[in-house]
Ligand binder design. Sequence first.
Ligand SMILES: *Cc1c(COP(=O)(O)O)cnc(C)c1O
Length: 232
Amino acid sequence: MGIKENLDMVRKNIETACAACGRGTDEVKLIAVSKTKPLPLLEEAYANGCRDFGENKVQELVDKYEAMPKDIRWHMIGHLQRNKVKYIVDKVFLIHSVDSLRLAQEIEKEAAKRGVCVNILVEVNVAEEESKFGTASDEAVSLVEEIAKLPHVRVRGLMTIAPYVKDAEENRRYFAKLKQIYVDIIHKNIDNVFMEELSMGMTGDYEVAITEGATYIRVGTGIFGEREYAVI
Ligand SMILES: *Cc1c(COP(=O)(O)O)cnc(C)c1O
């Protein structure tokens, strides 16, 4: 199947999932995760209406940013090293992967230099997987409180990467837990914190994430196909 057909299917699935839980389709934004994919495929996704693209490597995001139309919203979804923050602060629409105060402070420094305000999500490792980045669930609130003190950084919500599972239902509890942390933070009414976005759900489990309240879903394989290239 081509990218157009894949996108049609993903959008139809989003509609179905939204209908099933009484949410409006416009409450869920689809990020096309284009990491490792060449420009012609991104251009095809763009031609079929995609304006939100997700990348997990700084250099690749910058290269694609330069090459693609300027009305694209670029999402940094991968682990971000502090020494690379300077390359993307003025290019990204949203950084999904902030998991430490030190990283947020680096973003603050670079954003202040350029006189911009950077929107971020705090990444939470709700499933407590050792291999994953993200702050621990019980440290998420205090991390948000600390980041809120940085004037050029704006917390917009939370993000999580759920485990890779065969049955998406297994991840429902992690999505529900992220939503709970999100609600707890809303109730704290922290200055300079705008809890609006929940970035959760990938190709294998986005429908479950939507029914648990996702506002951003990050879909790679479901749009662009497998990232592994077959050896011919
Ligand atoms: C690669 C990636 C995705 C997309 O994964 P698929 O299973 O291909 O949809 C989503 N989120 C993050 C953080 C990723 O690194």
